[in-house]
Design a protein around this ligand. Structure first.
Ligand code: ADP
Length: 384
């Protein structure tokens, strides 16, 4: 079947009429952020927040219209209020009580200013991957818990705003509260502080994030959350190496990055893209972690190398970056992380917890090295 194209979607949406103005939603400039992937279509209709409540039939009509196109498997349409935070006073939204709304917010600050966003935080590391589903969030969670196991004060920020999984993986329910009406208190479990957009938005709510919104949500998750004193904030990045990720790598004052890859993903060069992205913005890459590296049979203990095992090490060598370790494909890693009891805390003396903690120690060593190098690089002003 032919791939659906954005132009076909735009064409068909010209038939959807805004009942208040009589104009079609395309000519009225209301269609935004069209995203297409393998027959899945998502976009936003920008509306005045005051009309939001009445336009559900329009949203449904647009969704159905696109869904009816041949080649479309799913269509997701959301109503968004352009510059919602500016207009929020006029039309309070559901989440207005929160400092963190996920909507376009205050203007961006320069990178120098953003370094001041979390004054009590010594270092920030990104956990990234070339694509989704490689176990990036699982690794970020266990790495954060491994760092905590070695006595570090750790925060975990879920920047994977397209599919926030930290509430589930960290076994946290409920919503963060604000003590002072300005900043949110992060949620906490297993001794680490956690913030995720998933605490604020229903898991089933489709979210369309455009560049400025992504940036703003991220900045707010750092600045408007009372993180307190942290040795390290682990940031679970959105998968991929597109513009949104690049912007994030630029905007977050990162000490370094860790790339998570499966062996086959390395073969497809996705990991290399991740590496290049961080290098482009001068963020040191601490190394690659190979996830789902091999499979140990739970019955006989035999080790099977399902996807050409060892690719990450070879690729890391080729690219001149470190290989941080390998994590097997193991049912216990999956069930514990999906069940909200990550293996590093649920089986702290087990072999997998040891591996994660070992990797965490290596990463911490690299954080210290980087911070020390920065210190010596800082020009000193001598007044005579
Ligand atoms: P990503 O963040 O890259 O999208 P996730 O961390 O959400 O990936 O992992 C995707 C799925 O794979 C989850 O169900 C998770 O439990 C599982 N998973 C991740 N790493 C492993 C592993 N080493 N062994 C078994 N299952 C894993």
């Amino acid at each position: 079947m032919a791939e659906i194209e954005e132009q076909q979607i735009i064409e068909v949406l010209k038939g959807v009429i805004d009942p208040d103005t009589g104009e079609d939603i395309v000519s009225a400039g209301m269609v935004a952020g069209v995203q297409l992937k393998d027959g899945h279509v998502a976009f936003a209709i920008e509306v005045d927040p005051a009309r939001g409540g009445q336009l559900e039939p329009l949203r449904k009509e647009a969704e159905q219209t696109v869904y009816n196109l041949p080649g479309v498997l799913t269509a997701t349409v959301v109503l968004t209020a352009e510059r919602a935070s500016v207009q929020a006073q006029a039309a309070p939204s559901q989440q207005q009580g929160h400092a963190l709304s996920g909507q376009p917010g205050r203007p961006s600050e320069s990178q120098a200013q953003s370094a001041q966003m979390i004054p009590g935080c010594k270092s920030i590391i990104a956990v990234a991957s070339g694509k989704g589903g490689v176990g990036k969030s699982t690794t970020a969670t266990n790495l954060a818990l491994g760092l905590a196991a070695t006595g570090k004060r750790v925060g975990l920020m879920d920047a994977d705003i397209y599919g926030p999984s930290m509430p589930r993986m960290m076994g946290i329910t409920g919503q963060p509260v604000s003590d002072d009406g300005k900043t949110l208190r992060p949620m906490e479990n297993y001794g680490i502080k956690v913030m995720s957009i998933g605490f604020l938005v229903d898991e089933d709510t489709p979210m369309i994030w455009r560049g400025p919104m992504v940036q703003s949500a991220l900045e707010q998750m750092m600045r408007d959350v009372n993180w307190g004193e942290l040795d390290v904030l682990v940031v679970d990045m959105p998968p991929g190496t597109g513009d949104a990720q690049l912007t994030m790598a630029q905007r977050v004052p990162l000490t370094g990055a860790v790339i998570v890859s499966t062996p086959q993903d390395i073969a497809l060069l996705d990991a290399r893209k991740g590496l290049n992205m961080f290098r482009k913005v001068d963020v040191p890459v601490f190394g690659i972690i190979e996830n789902m590296s091999y499979f140990t049979c739970p019955h006989c203990g035999a080790r099977s190398e399902i996807f050409a095992h060892g690719g990450a090490k070879a690729e890391a060598d080729r690219l001149g970056c470190d290989f941080l370790g390998e994590i097997p494909l193991d049912i216990e890693i999956r069930t514990t992380s999906d069940g909200g009891h990550p293996i590093t805390v649920s089986q702290p003396d087990g072999v997998h917890a040891n591996t994660y903690t070992f990797i965490a120690e290596t990463v911490w060593g690299k954080i210290e090295q980087t911070l020390a190098a920065r210190e010596t690089d800082t020009p000193r002003i001598v007044i005579q």
